[in-house]
Design a protein around this ligand. Structure first.
Ligand code: GS8
Length: 220
């Protein structure tokens, strides 16, 4: 089989995979999307990411790039059009800082939130809202995290908007009520085709969590 020059190994509900999809769309790179069954991974995925055995993996001319934020940086350097990272070294460091913050805090706290109940849920919900408020502070009155242009931090963070309904319905809060500026930012990002075509329907993600993931983790 003649391989495509650019292949993305992905899973539809993965916010990390969505990052790669958005970046490739921003750069107008044509690629072959390959959906993985994470319960039964392909030999190709295990060969392309033998260390973590996770999606997303971007395979460019047969060579794998793993880890979504590294994929974003790679895509940004390999295809120069519409830069994601700013040119200024300090702005670049700041963008990397907030993208790492999203990884360390939003993903971790969000993943705990829908698994908990009672007091533990209330404490985690408070923690999650505090994280949102810190991100809202970083956004400030800007259109996007980097300023006027959709960039690196936006790509790193916006996939989680497709999971907000999961967090909101479990925590009984609304992102746009606790962080109105983030709510407006989500709407602005969703107006971009690169985002709208890369993010799944939040109701589908909620159903996936309630039906598939809760069963997997033995949660009632
Ligand atoms: C995380 C990727 C990941 O968790 C990144 O790319 O940024 N730090 C990595 N991928 C998950 C699916 S999304 O939750 C995955 O592939 N899991 C399969 C497994 O753990 O077996």
């Amino acid at each position: 089989m003649a391989g495509s020059e650019v292949v993305l190994l992905d899973f539809w509900a993965s916010p990390f995979g969505m990052r790669a999809r958005i970046a490739l769309a921003e750069k107008e790179v044509e690629y072959e999307y390959r959906e993985e069954n994470l319960a039964n991974k392909t030999e190709f995925l295990l060969r392309m990411n033998p260390i973590h055995k996770k999606i997303p993996v971007l395979v460019h001319k047969g060579r794998p790039v793993c880890e979504s934020l590294i994929i974003l940086e790679y895509v940004d350097e390999a295809w120069k059009k519409s830069p994601l990272l700013p040119a200024d070294p300090y702005d670049k460091a700041t963008a990397r800082f907030w993208a790492n913050f999203v990884d360390a805090k939003v993903y971790d706290c969000g993943s705990r939130l829908w698994k908990l109940k009672g007091e533990a849920l209330e404490a985690t919900k408070k923690e999650f809202i505090d994280i949102l408020k810190l991100l809202e502070g970083a956004l400030g009155d800007k259109h996007f995290f980097g300023g006027d242009h959709f960039g690196f931090v936006d790509v790193a963070f916006i996939p989680f908007a497709s999971w907000f309904l999961v967090y909101e319905s479990h925590g009984n809060f609304k992102v746009e009520e606790v962080s109105p500026k983030l709510g407006a930012w989500v709407k602005r990002c969703r107006e971009r085709e690169s985002v709208s075509k890369s993010l799944p329907d939040p109701h589908k993600v909620l159903e996936f969590v309630n039906v598939v993931l809760k069963k997997k983790y033995g949660i009632e």
